[in-house]
Design a protein around this ligand. Structure first.
Ligand SMILES: Nc1ncnc2c1ncn2[C@@H]1O[C@H](COP(=O)(O)OP(=O)(O)O)[C@@H](O)[C@H]1O
Ligand SMILES: [Mg+2]
Length: 258
């Protein structure tokens, strides 16, 4: 048995975070421990304000915990890493750059030669279904298209793990559904590990191998539920009894009092 293969790609050990304030600090997360297996699709749900964004930023190395540790590939994580991609709730595209130029921006900052940048970006723009829109400016994109660009931009460094913070939160229901399945397809095509924060229980269960439910603030892991539904997944699954039971367990864990 090869230990490196079985080792979780990302782990949290006793992770706590308190934001400084005038009242002696606001505890956002308390004692979160979790393991993200390599190439897994893990959803994180929890009530608004429970610390989901804080958790994701700690897992990305964008913020340091006040206690505990994040372990990335067996080593303590002390800052952002190229191999950890991040997609925010807002696409945050550069309005004066085209779709192509937004996707290549991280490579440009890294000094990758132009022909290589263009080839990698074209490939990703195809993967997220935006071929033909390379020269379009963000102003002319729908919300769903902008979020596709953000996903392509996050994938441009070929990260081993992609962390997404409610990436579909601002989209209408149908676009949201379509993009959720696009994300599944990308996950399958790239064999990347995905951690998706979402407020939709259906989305969490439908996409993931595992759903983590956080308690109200300060967030801690209240439920870690394996989702043994067969793949490929389709919307029809949501009407099955098995799906209903899993979703009910997630909902139950969210709804029990603090
Ligand atoms: N930069 C910050 N400074 C101070 N408090 C913050 C900051 N970011 C988040 N918080 C607070 O921490 C708690 C958890 O926030 P957050 O992680 O954004 O929750 P969620 O993403 O689950 O809605 C909230 O009470 C929020 O107001
Ligand atoms: Mg949030």
């Amino acid at each position: 048995m090869n230990e490196a293969v079985d080792q979780p790609i990302l782990s949290a050990r006793g992770l706590s975070h308190t934001y400084p304030n005038a009242d002696g600090g606001l505890p956002a997360l308390q004692g979160v421990s979790l393991d993200i297996p390599r190439e897994a699709f893990v959803s994180v749900v929890g009530p608004s304000g429970c610390g989901k964004t804080t958790l994701l930023r700690l897992l990305a190395g964008l913020r340091r915990p006040t206690a505990g540790q994040v372990i990335f590939e067996g080593e303590p994580l002390v800052g952002p890493r190229r191999r950890i991609g991040f997609v925010f709730q807002e696409a945050n595209l550069m309005p004066w750059r085209t779709v192509l130029e937004n996707v290549t921006l991280p490579l440009e900052l890294q000094g990758v030669p132009p022909h290589e940048m263009a080839a990698r970006a074209a490939d990703l723009i195809g993967l997220v279904g935006l071929q033909g829109f390379e020269d379009t400016f963000p102003h002319d994109l729908s919300g769903g298209m902008a979020q596709r660009v953000a996903i392509a931009r996050a994938l441009v460094h070929e990260p081993d793990i992609l962390l997404l913070d409610e990436p579909f939160g601002a989209l209408d229901a149908l676009t949201r559904e379509r993009l959720a399945f696009e994300l599944l397809r990308i996950w399958e095509a790239r064999t990347v590990t995905v951690v998706l924060v979402t407020h939709s229980i259906t989305e969490a269960v439908l996409l993931a191998d595992r759903v983590l439910v956080l308690s109200p603030r300060p967030g801690s892991v209240r439920l870690d539920l394996p989702i043994p539904l067969p793949r490929p997944r389709s919307l029809g699954l949501t009407y099955t009894r098995e799906f209903g039971e899993l979703a009910a367990r997630v909902r139950g864990a969210i709804e029990i009092g603090p």
